[in-house]
Design a protein around this ligand. Structure first.
Ligand code: PLP
Length: 396
């Protein structure tokens, strides 16, 4: 019999969908994958060169558990310049992706019986990671009427004596919302008043549109910083998801516990990838703007197409590379005798009939939506949205 811990969680839905789409492709189906949260770009050339040099050089030994010192120094410099937060290299733990940084942090902070507030819609892994620690996820919806802005009133109502942590993600996967400084300041006041921690996942911070500004909650004050774990990584901004590198920044015993946990789980993250990450942070940032502006071009195009489809309600995303349209107008419709009962059925229909893979909204704890990634080429996006529109028109 497997453990209760393992029984309590479900595998990553987006991961499973990717595997399924890949299998269908191998079977000859022309699936366009709009389900993946993975840049379609390559890492900047100087970053790839650093990775290659490290692989050919002397970087096959175990790296230090929290990461190379010069990488942690470069991360501190980045957090100071970009985010206005002063960390020491000893506060930083470099991990196997931001994903590991999030679960390390939860394991460092949570016990069975604790509650972890998660604003929704949210990334698929947070709830399952919370369950793995034995704590309980408490979901607080954010609403399209406010552009999926952080629902601070809802959070205030969800706080109990068991609240230990809140996990926020800004810019948000899947909604694309960028939480305002005002909301984050109000959240910080709640955290101080009710003595809970904040895990702030900022992995999409470099992908912003229009006049959206990213604000790091830990920059508010030393007291707020002391109860925050800032998470970031290299998968999205530098297009290096396969090299699996992220990090946490936290103070004192929290950082020490994260390091201790990692020392028994994976040790230091991939040595060569860490050399590439130093090049990423200290070299030219020009590629980031090129990627960002291309995402913006795709976002503008996709928003225009989707908004013109009857029944689709869309909040224009301000960051990240996802659209999160409401599609519940299509619930109850049918095709060839099969009824669409929810967005899961709709995603299934789109996969089978239109050969486009998108993730159903329930995966992000909000029913009636689909998540569409535009981290694909403009040509693929155009073809996929053409198929999407035609498939919806066929439903009656
Ligand atoms: N946090 C969010 C919100 C994400 O969407 C993802 C990946 O999709 C991650 C963390 C994980 O990033 P990494 O590839 O660095 O593990």
């Amino acid at each position: 019999m497997i453990s209760k811990r393992a029984q309590a969680i479900v595998p990553s839905i987006s991961g499973e969908l990717t595997a399924r789409a890949n299998t269908m492709r191998k079977q000859g189906r022309d699936i366009i994958k709009l389900n993946i949260g993975e840049p379609d770009f390559k890492p900047p050339v100087h970053v790839r060169e650093a990775m290659s040099a490290a692989a050919l050089g002397n970087y096959s030994k175990y790296p230090p558990i929290p990461g190379y010192l010069d990488l942690r120094e470069a991360i501190c410099e980045k957090l100071k310049c970009d985010n206005g937060i002063q960390y020491q290299p000893s506060d930083i733990v470099v991990s196997t992706g931001a994903k590991q940084a999030v679960i390390n942090s939860l394991m460092a902070l949570c016990d069975p019986g604790d509650e972890v507030i998660i604003p929704t819609p949210c990334w698929v892994s947070y709830s399952e990671m919370v369950k793995l620690t034995g704590a309980t996820p408490v979901f607080v919806p954010c609403y399209p009427e406010t552009g999926f802005e952080l629902n601070v009133e809802g959070i205030a109502q969800a706080i109990t004596e068991h609240t230990k942590v809140i996990i926020i993600c800004t810019p948000n996967n899947p909604s694309g919302a960028v939480y305002s400084e005002a909301s984050l300041r109000r959240l910080a006041e709640l955290a101080e008043a009710h003595d809970f921690y904040i895990i702030s996942d900022e992995i999409y911070e470099k992908i912003l549109y229009d006049d959206a500004k990213h604000f790091s909650i830990a920059s508010i004050s030393p007291a707020v910083k002391a109860r925050t774990v800032t998470i970031n990584g290299f998968s999205k901004a530098y297009a290096m998801p396969g090299w699996r590198l992220g990090y946490s920044a936290a103070e004192g015993e929290v950082a020490a516990s994260i390091k201790s946990i990692q020392s028994h789980m994976t040790s230091g993250a991939n040595a060569a990838a860490q050399r590439a990450a130093v090049a990423a942070l200290t070299g030219s940032q020009i590629d980031l703007e090129q990627m960002r502006s291309e995402y913006q071009r795709r976002r503008d195009y996709a928003c225009e197409v989707l908004s013109a489809i009857p029944g689709i309600e869309l909040v224009k995303p301000q960051g990240a590379f996802y659209l999160y349209p409401k599609v519940s107008a299509y619930t109850g419709k049918s095709y060839g005798g099969t009824t669409i009962n929810n967005s899961m059925d709709l995603a299934e229909y789109l996969l089978n009939e239109a050969e486009i893979a998108v993730v159903f909204g329930e995966a992000y704890f909000m029913e009636g939506y689909l998540r569409i990634s535009y981290a694909v080429s403009m040509e693929e996006l155009q073809e996929a949205l053409r198929r999407f529109r035609c498939a919806l028109e066929k439903l009656s």
